[in-house]
Structure formats: structure tokens, C-alpha cells
Design a protein around this ligand. Structure first.
Ligand code: FMN
Length: 223
């Protein structure tokens, strides 16, 4: 016989309350000269804007020695500078290491949330190629890719350099750092705000997935 409705609802609420722990959203990034590091810090702020989410910020080098923490995270956001139209060598080293450490051990990141960001010297600079590479990387791990979800700016006479998503990307967050400026002043505030938006969006999505998984879990057998 089925449990009566009142008891079933109370049971589900207790389960949801018990499961409402902090979720971890990791950021794995590389930065040769500090510009992408500023973008990563803005993504972190976005995660921390969301109640119930906690950020774990790791360089690609650190990440390669902290697989267990990444395995425990609900989401991983990947970030790299664009170097010669691709991810940096240090970030690529991390990606290749994940094949042995994560894929070969049973696709341990399957069904985690993923997203990405990149920064480069030129406005385009072939950053899209890097975001595509990051999305493919996530797909190879069986992760769920989260897009930027901001309308592209600067496509009309009303556009400005202060607009969110001023560079007009959809797949992830993009930033542009003048090559004659240090990371104190580049990338500009609009690109950091765009990165912060991505962090918030990923944290909210990860929380929605966590809640959905609790709802979807089969009811325990009645005794
Ligand atoms: C080896 C190398 C390759 C680069 N290739 C590109 C490129 O393909 N497109 C671009 O727009 N900028 C390119 N840049 C510029 C960097 O993307 C830019 O300086 C960026 O802000 C560096 O970020 P970081 O300080 O986090 O390392 C390159 C820089 C280096 C050192």
C-alpha cells in the first residue's frame, strides 16, 4: 500500500532539508601573467554571491594534485588564457592528466556541471576556439555544459564598453586584456562583471541540479 500523502510530503521535505548542504563549485584556471587570474577571481565572486554555494579556486598545477576535491565538487569551471588560439600549455597538461586520473578511473566527473572562460590580448583573438575546446573537454568527461546566457553587447549604436558581455560570446565568459597593461588594470570591469555573472549562473544551476536529484531519487521502500 502507498504511504498517505501527508507522510510522503513530510518525508520529502525532511530529505530535502537534510540534503541542503553547501555545494562546491571548483574553478580550475591557468594564468601566465595574472590577467586570467583576475577573471578567475571574478568568477569566484559570482559563486560566492549565491547562498548555498562555496567556491574552490585552484590553478591548473594545483588541480593536478587535488583530484579528490574536484571529484567532490558539484561543478567545475575551466579557465585559461588564449595562447596561439588554444588553451595554454599548463592548462593542457591538466586536461591530459584528467584522462588518466578521471576518465580511466570510471568517468568520475560524469553529470557534473561545467562551464568555461578565457581571456586574450585581442578582442576576438580566436577565443571562441578555446571555449569550444573547453566545451568538448567537458563533453568528453560526460559533464553538462552551462552557457553564458547574456545577450551579446556592442551590436548596435547603443552599445558601450561598459556593457556585460561587451565582446559578444555565448558559450562562456570572454575577457580582453590590452597587452601593454598589467593585471591591475586589465581585463576591464565589464569583462570581470561578465565573469562574475558566469560564476553566479553556474552556482545557481548546480543548486538546481542538486535539488532535482533529491526530488528524482526513488522513495525508500515502505516497511
Ligand atoms: C604565447 C602566447 C600566445 C598568445 N596568443 C594569443 C592569441 O592567440 N590571441 C590573442 O588574442 N592573444 C594572445 N596572446 C595574448 C594573451 O592572451 C594575453 O596577453 C592574455 O591577457 C594573457 O593572459 P595571462 O596574463 O593570464 O597569461 C598570447 C600570449 C602569449 C604569451
Amino acid at each position: 500500500m502507498m504511504m498517505d500523502n501527508g507522510n510522503a510530503t513530510a518525508g520529502l521535505q525532511t530529505k530535502l532539508a537534510n540534503d541542503r548542504q553547501l555545494i562546491d563549485v571548483a574553478i580550475v584556471f591557468d594564468s601566465g601573467y595574472g590577467h586570467t587570474e583576475r577573471q578567475a577571481a571574478a568568477v569566484r565572486q559570482g559563486i560566492e554571491d549565491v547562498d548555498g554555494a562555496r567556491a574552490l579556486l585552484l590553478t591548473a598545477d594545483e588541480a593536478s594534485t587535488r583530484w579528490n576535491e574536484l571529484n567532490a565538487a558539484s561543478a567545475i569551471i575551466f579557465g585559461t588564457p588564449t595562447y596561439v588560439g588554444a588553451a595554454s600549455a599548463a592548462f593542457k597538461t591538466f586536461q591530459e592528466a584528467s584522462s588518466q586520473e578521471i576518465m580511466s578511473k570510471g568517468y568520475l566527473w560524469r553529470d557534473k556541471i561545467a562551464a568555461g572562460f578565457t581571456n586574450s590580448g585581442s578582442r576576438s583573438g580566436d577565443k571562441l576556439a578555446v571555449l569550444i575546446q573547453l566545451a568538448l573537454f567537458a563533453a568528453q568527461h560526460g559533464m553538462h555544459w552551462v552557457s553564458l546566457d547574456l545577450p551579446p553587447a556592442n551590436c548596435s549604436s547603443q552599445g558601450s564598453e561598459d556593457d556585460l558581455n561587451r565582446l559578444g560570446f555565448w558559450l562562456g565568459a570572454a575577457a580582453q586584456s590590452n597587452t601593454d597593461e598589467g593585471p591591475q588594470t586589465a581585463p576591464p570591469a565589464a569583462d570581470l562583471a561578465t565573469a562574475r555573472h558566469l560564476g553566479r549562473r553556474v552556482a545557481k544551476t548546480a543548486l538546481q541540479f542538486a535539488a532535482g536529484r533529491v526530488q528524482a531519487r526513488p522513495e525508500p521502500a515502505l516497511t
